[in-house]
Design a binder for this molecule. Sequence first.
Ligand SMILES: NC(=O)CCC(=O)C(=O)O
Length: 263
Amino acid sequence: MMKIGAIQMKVALKKTEHNYNNAEVLLRKAAEAGVDVAVLPEMWSGGFLTEELEDQLADVDGQRTKAFLSRLAEELCINIVGGSVATKKGEKYFNTSYIANRAGDIIAEYDKTHLFSFGGEEKKYSPGDQLVTFQIDGVDCGIIICYEVRFPEWCRKQALAGSKILFVPAEWPLERVSHWRILNQARAIENQMFVICVNGCGEIVPNKFNAGNSMIINPRGEILADAGELPQEMIILSDVDISEVANTRNKMTIFHDRRADLY
Ligand SMILES: NC(=O)CCC(=O)C(=O)O
């Protein structure tokens, strides 16, 4: 069993100091609740900024974020899937996730590969070009970021690479909340994997809300924990039993029956 805590955080736009402090409070609460893994949402340090991203809001080479996650992961002895933050690497900006293990090592780094052009993300950021998998306490895991849940091929690649848990940090708005719920459940069902989708919540700018609705979903698409429509910050918790992935796949043999020769 692995206990997962999905941290549905209210990210304050451009208020970096506030967000780092708040993330630390929430990570400490998750650790007190006994989680093995705590997960933050997308762009938790400054909000989902596209063209308005100012240079001082981008973490150069992720130095501050890596040090922050590493310090807390080691001190609290938990694994942290660090949502994502805006980073600057060389002259380019990325939407980057870092993952820290219990020893405080940064074990993976993922740059969002499908940028949200509907929101202008590609005008500021460069896309990553690598699928990233990692192990948490010996379990194979993968990560995509927000909009990428609309790309079933990318999620299928995660499953084919062996991921049993797919983490989906997001800053997804309320107006498309039905897509958020359906897509995350669909990715869990079709790939017979756990999906941990962690969204921001609350009013971000006047009359613009993030949807909350963070969920922990099992390989049959059943929702084990659900933040529901409540717009407030919360940590949803669930134990996940990784043997359910093999059990589900052995009962309904989708990976055996798929026609890789045709598509
Ligand atoms: N941050 C995002 O990638 C937003 C995605 C979104 O709102 C959508 O796909 O709809």
